[in-house]
Write a protein that binds this ligand. Structure first.
Ligand code: ATP
Ligand code: MG
Length: 519
């Protein structure tokens, strides 16, 4: 910030919740990413505000546009600590994504001369493509990436979407479908769709941890040879690896269409906690999808690569990855570009799905109290409710409340609807324990390594769940710092897989390309 901000001194504790700060801004990105307001002489007069407290920002852009936003205090560097560390005191404020978009629009309006932020990203890469792709086979979304020219990018599908739901569906009388098409089937008839297959990949039917998931699913399942899990839809049986292969095959198809070439090799990423049988299952699925596995790479390593950590210095970094089905916390030691996982703690049963489940359970409890109908015992209705809860959860990342409406969820003895407004605070109360479980895993890992959060050079945050404001803020508070989150949190692993794939086939890479993403 070139112009020192003016901040009226807060008069009381309650005023701290509504700090007012005005900034003149040479570059919108500086405000949008992280408005780090340095306290220059006579600049900032703020008693240390509580992390997470609301801040009102009044921004004047070079094109004369003035905007007002609300953000949250994410990090505070007090004058004393700054002096001790030979840094400038300051206040870091994070804006919500909707404010970032608003700011971008305002900055671009009527101003072709507005200064551009320095970027290491290439917009539309061209040139020879790497002969291997990277695949992030996620519990809820799968993405594929590759180096195009000397830039690695997540490859979009025909509709420009970079994330594909990890879903396979078997519509009546038609061939199986994958991704967004399967999502349509899931909405209409959940009995024909298989979701979260990664959670049961390589596991045994008798594994007690898969019983809950199989019971909850709208499809039937049974024990196959060697205690494998067999999925039954329309009296046809499907092996788990075959279903995984369809998802991987779709990723390959997207890559081939975008790159206009046949793809035969891939690097895959997996959670650190994946054992031999899960890795073997992935290899078999890749083989069915006609892909040679160049390497199975740990997801945190891939994420760290995508963030460009460890390029120049020796670092100890942490990767907090909260995905759709798995939570992983890893501490990496990076010495001259060599990455080593020195500690990790994962929970394969903790992910975004559980946030949906927490909302759905609370709605189902209420539905039972009002109608004496148990939605959890009706597989189709339950799947519809879970889908709607996922939407609510996403909406609550950018709004203070969200509507949950499912018309005719039950049609007998009389048609019944669900109509509920869910407040962000309600959602946070329902899911607080999930955040705490993730932080307990961080404590356990750090304690085992005899490290304190302050020993970490950086904390990289990834996975779609990290978009939830109370998760992001809670993690920031825990590590007492600004978190590193510069690429789309759902795309970091795929980008790292693409970088690794390029390395494996000696394809030179300059950096990561950014393209407009949409789902
Ligand atoms: N804006 C958002 N607000 C809240 N949750 C979100 C948002 N965007 C995505 N999610 C959630 O993030 C999860 C998906 O994240 P991600 O794509 O990182 O997981 P994944 O890679 O499929 O799973 P995993 O890494 O566990 O195998 C889903 O539960 C999704 O609902
Ligand atoms: Mg993931």
């Amino acid at each position: 910030m070139s112009v020192p901000p003016k901040v009226p001194p807060p008069k009381s504790e309650s005023h701290q919740r509504e700090l007012r700060i005005s900034i003149k801004c040479p570059d919108w990105k500086q405000v949008a990413r992280l408005a780090s307001l340095n306290a220059g002489p006579g600049g900032i007069f703020v008693n240390t505000p509580a992390i997470g407290s609301g801040v009102e920002l009044q921004v004047e852009l070079p094109n004369g546009n003035k905007l007002k936003f609300t953000g949250q205090v994410q990090r505070v560097l007090s004058a004393e600590r700054a002096k001790a560390e030979n840094r400038s005191p300051g206040l870091a404020i994070r804006l919500g994504p909707e404010h970032e978009a608003q700011l971008r629009r305002a900055a671009e309006e009527g101003s072709s001369t507005s200064p551009k932020a320095p970027t290491t990203r290439k917009k539309h890469p061209e040139g020879p493509v790497a002969s291997a792709i990277g695949i992030d086979f996620g519990t809820t979304y799968t993405s594929v990436s590759a180096a195009v020219g000397s830039w690695v990018m997540v490859l979009p599908d025909e509709a420009g979407r970079t994330l594909q739901p990890s879903l396979v569906a078997f519509p009546e009388g038609e061939p199986p479908c994958v991704g967004w098409k399967a999502r349509q089937v899931l909405v209409q008839d959940p009995r024909r769709a298989v979701s979260s297959i990664k959670r049961i990949m390589g596991r045994k039917f008798s594994d007690p941890s898969v019983a809950g998931l199989l019971q909850q699913a709208a499809y039937r399942s049974s024990r196959g040879s060697n205690d494998s899990i067999v999925i039954e839809i329309d009296n046809k049986t499907h092996q788990v690896v075959e279903i995984c292969a369809l998802i991987i095959g779709r990723a390959r198809e997207i890559a081939e269409k975008y790159l206009h070439t046949k793809v035969k090799k891939a690097v895959f990423t997996v959670p650190v906690g994946f054992g031999q049988s899960e890795r073997d299952a992935l290899r078999r699925a890749a083989q069915i999808a006609q892909l040679e596995v160049l390497e199975i790479f740990d997801e945190p390593l891939a994420g760290a690569l995508a963030y460009g950590t460890g390029q120049k210095k020796n670092e100890v970094i942490a990767v907090y990855d909260f995905g759709g089905g798995t939570f992983d916390f890893s501490v990496l030691d990076i010495v001259h570009d060599n990455f080593r996982v020195c500690g990790t703690k994962g929970d394969p049963w903790l992910g975004g799905d559980d946030f949906d489940l927490a909302i759905a359970n609370s709605v189902a409890d209420q539905f039972w109290r009002s109608h004496q109908v148990e939605l959890r015992q009706r597989a189709i209705e339950w799947q519809r409710l879970l889908l709607a809860c996922e939407r609510v959860k996403r909406n609550l990342s950018s709004a203070e409340s969200a509507e949950l409406v499912i018309e005719g969820i039950v049609d007998s003895p009389t048609p019944m609807d669900i109509r509920q407004t869910i407040a962000r605070s309600q959602f946070e109360a329902l899911c607080k324990e999930l955040l705490e479980r993730s932080l307990a895993a961080c404590t356990e890992t750090l304690d085992a390594l005899k490290l304190a959060p302050s020993d970490l050079t950086d904390v990289v945050v990834m996975g779609g769940v990290s978009r939830i404001p109370f998760v992001k803020n809670g993690v920031g508070r825990y590590f007492e710092r600004e978190l590193v989150q510069t690429v789309n949190p759902e795309e970091a692993v795929a980008l790292g897989a693409g970088l690794r794939a390029a390395q494996c086939v000696s394809h030179p890479v300059e950096g990561i390309a950014s393209i407009a993403t949409s789902e």
